[in-house]
Structure formats: C-alpha cells, structure tokens
Write a protein that binds this ligand. Structure first.
Ligand code: AMP
Ligand code: MG
Length: 411
C-alpha cells in the first residue's frame, strides 16, 4: 500500500483512497420484511407479479364498449363491478356496467366514462362528453410488469422501499450481512460512564458516541472497552479486535504525543493507508489495513472523533456493504449570518444552524465556540458549515457551503 504520510492529505484524496481500497462484503442472508429496515439489498429484487395484477378502472363511472356508443344515445345499466367483486355475468349488447375505482374491467370493456361526464335518463345513462377508447383504464402491469427489477443491489431498505415489496407480496429479502465492528478507546485518563472520576480523569465520550452511530447504522458492535496507553495492552486489543471484526475503530492516541501509540501499532501489525488530514477538526485520523480487517483511528477529541466518523467512516461502512448513492447529503450555498473565525490551511467543518431568514431565504449561523474539545457546539447544530482550505475569516453576509446533518446525527 502506498504510504501518504508526508504532509496533510485532503479529505477528497482520503475518501478516494479509502473507497478505492475497500471491497464490498460478499456474504448475504435472507430476512423477513419486518427485519429488513436499514439493511442493504444483496442483489436485485424482481417483481413476481404484474402491478396492477389485472386491468381495472381508474374512475367511479361506467364501463363501455365503443360499438355500443354508436348505436344509442343512452345505455341501460346491465350490472355492477366493484373492487373485490367483479362483474362476471353476460354483458348484453347495447348496455353499460356501473364500475368503481379499482374494480376489474368486465370482459370486453374498452373505456370507462367518469360519473361526472354522464347523465341519468330514467334507468339509462347518457354520455355528456367525448369518449375515446382506452380512457380511464389502468392496464395490468402498467406500474410494474412481472419480471421487472424493482430494486437494484445496494439499496438501503426503509419506508420508501419496503412497502413496495409488501405490495408485491414478497415476504423476505436477501440483504448483505451485518458488518462486525470492533471498537475501543485509548487513554490513561478515561473512565467509563457510571464510574466516579478521580483527579485528572475524564469520561470516555468517544466509545459511547461511536457505539451509538454504529448501532444506528445497523452494525454488530464488539466493544473492547478502554485500553491504557501501554503498547502491550494496545497490541493485545488490536489483535483481538482484528480477529473478530471486519472493521476496527479506535479513538485517541493517534497524534504525536509521548503516549500516542496507535499509529506505531498499526505500522507494526498492519499498514498505514494514510494519516493526518487537512481538515479541522480531525487532523490526526489514521486509516489502514490489519491482517483481517480495516482500521480507522479516530482522534481523541470528541468533536474530531464524531466528525471523522461521520465524514470518513460512514462512507467506508456504506462501501463495505455495497451501498449505492452518496452517503452524505449534498452541500448548498447559503448566506452566513455570523462572523466565523478561520485560518487558511485546512478544510473546516464548523457546526451551524441553518434556518430561514425573515425573507424566507436560507441562512446559517454559528453554534458558537468551535474548539474540537467543545462538544456543546454539536448538540444545537443541524449542519456543518464547510469552509474551503484556503479561506480565512468569514464576515457576516458572505456565502458559505453548508452540509445538512443526515439521520446519523439526529435523535
Ligand atoms: P489524544 O489524541 O489521545 O491525545 O487525545 C486528545 C484529547 O482528547 C485529550 O484531551 C484526551 O483526553 C481527549 N480524549 C481522548 N479520548 C477521549 C474519549 N474517549 N472521550 C473523551 N475525550 C477523549
Ligand atoms: Mg490519549
């Protein structure tokens, strides 16, 4: 693997490298529709039937044969066709049949005239508008023909997809197996939530945050806990994680401090793909390969850890499950209502609130202090304000790119 540790690597280059390296999982399993939400289709889904399954009426009105229209002005009503109870008697020449929306067409029907375009003349029906053959008829298979591909491989199944499969009577679907992801935090100062803090200790935010996001993405999580800043302990964690998972995610210890051993462990046990990104927050992110798994080393600061997970790990996991389409919402240009502090050099992901201004146009304002240790900058935000690498401070009124948060960061 080419090592790109000289200088800072741009986010685009990092993503390109990462997505080019990983190969989607080949294993699939079959699950029922009710268990399929959030899963990814392992292959195309083919319709076993025509939708609609039979020719039927698009309107409440009267079913006609075109030849009968020429013969008489008003047609007697020979019977009724309702959804669920078709007309299956003999249809006498020179008559029409009362029909409701969704009812199967009586055999020989060539058009349906809507009720509003008819008038009752005694017991008979006269037409008050031009009739053309085929009008107000829904043909069998017009929506989906039998044998058609209704979903491609690599589609994430949700409320926009699963009811379609239900409507086709498909009870189960083949999906890519769940990814197994091993996680651990590194740091002598970390305490698990629920334990009292001794002097100099802080709570382990990152493992909690990463676990939450992995749960939301439908991964199986193997939680190895907090690992001390000790090469032997770290080596054991790396080895155990690699033996059990498709992806290993650590946090902390990936910078250049005396207690930062993550990168050297990756070099010892596997290979580095890249390290150190030209983004802020999130510079000390490492990606690489272990003997049996992919490795992502998130920075220790919680804002950086969540941001790099969101921007890099999320697309990586999507790729591993063969998911198609962009993992992240498109960016849009809006006016910035706040002054933003920024020094040139790195692509900056500030946290913002995008909303409509008094004129109904979108604008974005900052959530305040943007330090990578200030997690409160996240909780009020609904978007990233993405500031170009070479850009300096932003004055209020300037245009900026915003990237709305996707469902991963929502409640
Ligand atoms: P490091 O890269 O390990 O030096 O960590 C950078 C900063 O993030 C330090 O202030 C750490 O105390 C903090 N940090 C590291 N890991 C975590 C974690 N899991 N939860 C919260 N803060 C962390
Ligand atoms: Mg540390």
């Amino acid at each position: 693997m080419e090592t790109l540790t000289t200088g800072l690597i741009s986010l685009d280059d990092a993503l390109t490298t990462l997505l080019a390296r990983v190969i989607p999982l080949a294993d699939s399993e079959t699950v029922s529709l009710t268990q399929a939400v959030g899963r990814i289709t392992a292959g195309p889904v083919i319709s076993p039937l025509n939708v609609p399954p039979f020719d039927n009426s698009a309107m409440d009105g009267y079913a006609l044969r075109m030849a009968d229209l020429d013969a008489r002005a008003a047609l007697p009503v020979a019977g009724k066709a309702f959804a669920g109870s078709p007309y299956d008697g003999v249809w006498p020449a020179g008559s029409c049949i009362r029909i409701m929306t969704g009812a199967p067409l009586p055999s020989g029907c060539e058009a349906v005239v809507m009720q509003e375009q008819t008038a009752l003349v005694g017991d008979a029906v006269s037409m008050t508008a031009e009739i053309s053959a085929g009008q107000n008829i829904r043909r069998a298979g017009e929506d989906i023909p039998e044998g058609a591909e209704v979903l491609a491989a690599g589609v994430k199944l949700g409320a926009a997809q699963l009811p379609l499969l239900a409507s086709l009577g498909i009870p189960e679907v083949s999906v890519v197996r769940k990814l197994r992801v091993a996680i651990f935090s590194t740091g002598d100062e970390l305490q698990p939530v629920g334990q009292p803090l001794a002097a100099g200790q802080i709570y382990d935010t990152n493992r909690f945050a990463v676990r939450l996001m992995l749960d939301k993405l439908g991964c199986e999580v193997i939680d190895l806990g907090i690992i001390r800043d000790d090469p032997a302990a770290l080596r054991a964690a790396f080895t155990q994680a690699d033996a059990s998972a498709d992806v290993v995610i650590s946090s902390g210890g990936v910078s250049v401090g005396a207690a930062d051993h993550t990168k050297e462990m990756l070099e010892e046990l596997g290979e580095i793909g890249f390290w150190k990104l030209a983004i802020k927050p999130g510079k000390p992110f490492a990606f690489g390969r272990l003997p049996h798994s992919w490795f992502c080393g998130l920075p220790g600061n919680p804002v950086s850890a969540v941001l790099t997970f969101y921007q890099l790990v999320q697309p990586l996991l999507a790729r591993l499950t063969g998911q198609h389409g962009p993992a992240l919402p498109p960016r849009q240009r809006v006016r910035c209502a706040s002054f933003l502090k920024k020094s040139p050099g790195r692509l900056d992901f500030q946290r913002g609130i995008v909303q409509r201004d008094a004129h109904g146009d979108l604008e974005v304002k900052t959530t305040g202090h943007q330090g990578s240790h200030i997690f409160s900058s996240f909780h009020a935000a609904n978007c990233f304000i993405v500031l170009e690498r070479e850009r300096g401070n932003v004055a209020a009124g300037e245009w900026v790119d915003v990237e709305p948060f996707n469902a991963l960061l929502e409640g």
